[in-house]
Design a protein around this ligand. Structure first.
Ligand code: GSH
Length: 241
């Protein structure tokens, strides 16, 4: 059985990491049996989650997990899509992972109110006297990473403008389709759903969330996929944006 290493549900989300949620949705789409394990972070081969153990084969990174499932089990998550449609799906997926993601990290980790409402709880297991120090160290590292990636050099307002362009692009392309590329879910839906759930998470107060809430089709998309893949969470009261 495949083991997916996760952080575990938090903030009314299947996982605080959209990449972990993406990998889990891909597993759900695949129909393969799997279990989750929240104890793997310290042993993560690339220092990040998600990764899987599939009968002794370790695969790290949500995209490599997808490629592994496709190769090993003969799955095509994009079955029925033309090469041009596959290209569009890939581009939207990477827009979320390599652009929108960093605006969300900034909102969660750099805005004190959001940090207190969310990520601070990740350090609850640290000894009380050390906790403020550990939080400060990790936040400093996150700030450095955002600066290195580049988006961390922008103001909050500029980040909101960039994220809003992503969200409008997604909303315009999704239009009134149930899934990104049409009537049936494709691989990119695992990603887009995970990022819409993270963006719309009511725990975090951000102009990016408001920009997403202004797109009713994105909210409905998040709700539809949450009901399909995480029916218990879809019924939870915290989901209301
Ligand atoms: N490209 C990776 C990104 C994974 C990623 O960034 N994971 C974050 C959580 S969202 C993580 O584990 N961060 C912990 C750390 O950097 O220490 C993927 O697709 O799996």
């Amino acid at each position: 059985m495949i083991t997916l290493y996760t952080f575990g549900p938090a903030f009314g989300l299947p996982d605080p990491s959209p990449f972990v949620t993406k990998a889990e949705v891909l597993l759900k789409m695949s129909g393969l049996p799997y279990r989750t394990d929240t104890s793997g972070f310290k042993k993560a081969p690339k220092g990040k989650l998600p990764y899987i153990d599939d009968g002794g084969i370790t695969v790290a990174d949500s995209t490599f997990i997808r490629l592994h499932l496709e190769r090993r089990y003969g799955i095509d998550f994009d079955a029925g899509l033309s090469p041009a449609e596959r290209a569009v799906a890939w581009a939207f997926e990477k827009m979320c992972e390599e652009h929108l993601y960093f605006t969300l990290v900034h909102a969660r980790w750099m805005i004190d109110e959001n940090f207190d409402a969310g990520p601070r709880s990740f350090f609850d297991s640290a000894p009380v006297p050390l906790r403020p120090l550990v939080c400060a160290m990790v936040r400093r590292q996150v700030r450095r990473n955002l600066h290195g990636q580049g988006l961390g050099r922008h103001s909050e307002d500029e980040l909101a403008q960039l994220a809003t362009r992503d969200l409008i692009a997604l909303a315009d392309f999704l239009a009134d389709k149930p899934y990104l590329m049409g009537a049936t879910p494709c691989g990119a839906d695992a990603t887009i759903f995970s990022f819409m759930a993270a963006t719309l998470c009511p725990v975090f107060k951000t102009p990016i969330r408001i920009a997403a809430e202004l797109q009713p089709n994105l909210v409905a998309y998040r709700d539809r996929l949450m009901a399909k893949y995480y029916p218990k969470l879809a019924k939870a009261p915290g989901l209301a944006a």
